[in-house]
Design a protein. Sequence first.
Length: 440
Amino acid sequence: MKKVDKGGITYGKSHDEGGIPVKNASTGQMLEVEGGEGIVNKRSMASDKKVKMNGKEMTICEAVSQLNQMEGGVKFSCDDVKHRQFIEEMALGGELERGIRTEKEHIETLKKLYENRITPNEAVKEVAKEHIAENPNYYSDLQKMEKAKNEYSPMLLQSVEKDLMTYNVPLHLISPIESRDFEYDEPFVRFASGGIPKVKCGCDHKVQKYMNGGIFGGGLDELSYFKEPSQEDKMAEKCVRIIEKARKILNQDLKSKLMTKKLDESLVKYFAPYQKINLYDEGWRFAYGQSKQWAGLCAFKGLEQDRNKKTLYLSVDFVKKDEVFENHFEEVVYHEMAHALVDEYILTKIGKGSMKEIDTLHFIDTKEQPYGHGKIWANICKCLDSNCDVFYRKAQYSSNWKEFKYECSNCGETRYGDTKNFTQICYKCFKAVYVTKNNE
């Protein structure tokens, strides 16, 4: 028999001569065709497209069946073609193609999520609403399917479970960013408007199925899916919780905070012309970076690997290792937003030359005074009611993070650092301390 990949005319013996034996690999059934018979592509046979034949609309399969019967051929069972033969062809087409067409209803939601216009929770809510609009009992029906899963084929279950397991997406929403290490050690955590972060959370996040509670409850809150959360699950929840709060803070009108008596009179002219001052509307976004040196970072020009050119970063290392970071992260958020306000509304408008004339401190870059922490930044930071210290000093590191530590014999304070000379005095009482290797 001549091999036919995509339909065509067979070549071989007639039925009278014994025909051409064909085996259905799915059912084991033996069939017989003869030379000169046509083979119709399976996708055409399973297609829902309508054609007109003798003034009547019908599917391609139904039309081919009628044509075949004109000269004594058999009638096709088109229902079998759709529902029995091709449900096992999901990987090659048929059901998969039908599923893709159906799930395209979520494309707009996914675009919003990809562009960081909505949070993971908001995306979940929109997807849930879209499903419920189609079927008010959508999630209850899925729960019944799970209970009766032995009645369904494994491949069909995989398709359903894949849909169920897409909503717990903690750090993987954030695009990976490559990094280089900083070329210096510092006694405190750096907030510089420079450097290149990366995202590698290091967790083995496992997607979780949700089958808890009601129709809308089952589709809305991804954090309720965990029955007994592991430490990794709890950390993933914490990461999502912090970045979502940061994004909400970013997406607010800051004009009322800025246009107060706290703002230096010389800076009023830069903000007064705007009806509202919203960094999110200007294209700024929060994302995670990875560093043990800085807790937050402002990157106006963005990174070559990052799709967004205006990015404020929080260090995922601090989320994981700083035991009190969640209590103080808003200080870091406003600190970095102050950098963004300087860059967005002043520096890019007047240029570096004019900026140097009004704030020479902005361009100093030392360990004690990193770049971007001039008097204008400090004034704006205070308007945002933030702690405007150049360094984030409130971290309480997990003991296994830093290589060195000191234990103050005067006040009992314990702190950790990257190098043996990370400090010579206690941060709390300012008495001399002796730095030793951690975990000795």
